[in-house]
Write a protein that binds this ligand. Structure first.
Ligand SMILES: [Zn+2]
Length: 387
């Protein structure tokens, strides 16, 4: 079957083709001097919106932000333009909770916007209040749980959906709300509630946002998950390699236990330590032998899936990307039982499965080239054409 893909211009015909799969996944085509052009495929890998757009982003809340002939537009999954912004808007964000941040009167320059004022538009493309926030590097962010972060005179606070200040701008930095908590930095990081109350004191060097009632935090070498009251629930061995809770599990590194692999060497003196146990003293230098292992823990902090893999990603749609160890390491996927269901053959994986497909990179040393989509059986359903 070779369906005729609807174009952005031919939107009315697209809407009347009920058998056509919805456009869902961003793809592109490199056209040499013409540069990259973007389009969208459906969940079967069939091109639904041809690669003709100068700029396009993933679907969020059922619409995708695209730029065509210098104008920003939002299209739905049939390719119909649902909102077209005025030429006075050089840039806008994705819709979240019915709003998108946008600049009015500025000028797009490489990867930022110079001048103009920032505010929020609704799905009809109208500013909900006169844009009034100014500054470089995007002084406004997307709505999360009814509040959006804005920067005023160098400090961050939050406004509501009428663009009215709700939490005064007094923080060095902030992250968006999740689980009724937002990470805020006052020298160090803590968390506020949506009422603006400091519920977790600003005492951490690093934090991540709450998910499923937990947030990962770090003070010096100590990394742990805290609950919404700020109480530490369980610690992890390595801050650099962990994920938020997703589908009831978080990928973390815990202290290794049991026998050391046969060919292992001491971190301190490089002497062979194979056959000894983690926790033993090195027979050569006396340093305690330590290591970490990658596993998934449940919301009680208990290991649920032990794995032999070097890196783990969060579960999405019941599958999680995992990376093998060693010089020819590749990414594959495991199921909730820890069983390898898609063999490790990908150089990198972007995010996880969403609506049945996952974006992967087949090429070495081109981590940014996630130009391939696979389905849940690992079959390639789309690959960007070679230029
Ligand atoms: Zn040693």
């Amino acid at each position: 079957m070779t369906p005729t893909a609807p174009t952005v211009a031919a939107d009315s015909r697209a809407a009347s083709r009920p058998s056509a799969g919805n456009a869902r996944f961003l793809v592109w085509n490199d056209r040499g001097a013409q540069g990259r052009r973007y389009g969208f495929i459906d969940a079967r890998g069939i091109l639904r919106i041809p690669c003709e757009l100068a700029d396009a982003y993933e679907f969020q809340s059922g619409v995708a932000r695209v730029r065509d002939h210098g104008r920003w537009k939002f299209i739905n999954e049939q390719g119909t333009v649902v909102c077209e912004l005025s030429p006075g808007v050089p840039f806008c964000g994705d819709f979240s909770e019915g709003m998108a941040f946008a600049n009015l009167g500025g000028r797009f320059n490489v990867d930022t916007v110079v001048g103009g004022k920032w505010g929020f538009i609704n799905i009809r493309g109208k500013f909900i209040a006169p844009p009034r926030f100014a500054g470089y590097d995007f002084p406004v962010r997307s709505f999360r749980e009814g509040l959006a972060a804005v920067k005023i005179d160098g400090k961050w606070g939050f406004v509501d959906q009428h663009s009215q200040a709700v939490i005064p701008a007094r923080y060095d930095d902030v992250a968006g709300f999740s689980d009724n908590r937002a990470a805020v930095r006052l020298g160090k990081w803590g968390f506020i509630s949506s009422g603006g109350e400091m519920v977790v004191p600003a005492k951490y060097d690093d934090v991540q946002s709450f998910s499923a009632g937990f947030a990962a935090v770090r003070s010096g070498d100590h990394a742990a998950f805290i609950d919404k009251s700020g109480a530490e629930r369980f610690s992890v061995a390595d801050w650099d390699d962990w994920s938020q809770f997703s589908e009831g599990l978080a990928a973390v590194r815990l202290a290794a236990a049991g026998p050391v692999p046969p060919d292992a060497r001491c971190d301190e003196c490089s002497g062979l330590i194979g056959g000894f146990l983690y926790g033993d003293a090195c027979p050569h230098c006396g340093k305690r032998i330590t290591g970490t292992r990658a596993c998934y823990i449940d919301e009680a902090g208990k290991p649920q899936i032990e794995t032999p893999f070097a890196e783990l990603r969060p579960f999405a749609d019941g599958l999680a990307a995992v990376k093998t160890a060693g010089p020819s390491a590749r990414w594959g996927f495991i199921d909730r039982k820890g069983k390898l269901v898609i063999a490790p053959k990908f150089h990198d994986v972007r995010g996880g499965f969403r609506d049945g497909l996952c974006q992967v990179s087949m090429k070495k040393d081109q981590e940014e080239q996630y130009d391939t989509y696979i389905d849940r059986s690992g079959r390639i359903v789309w690959q960007a054409p070679a230029n």
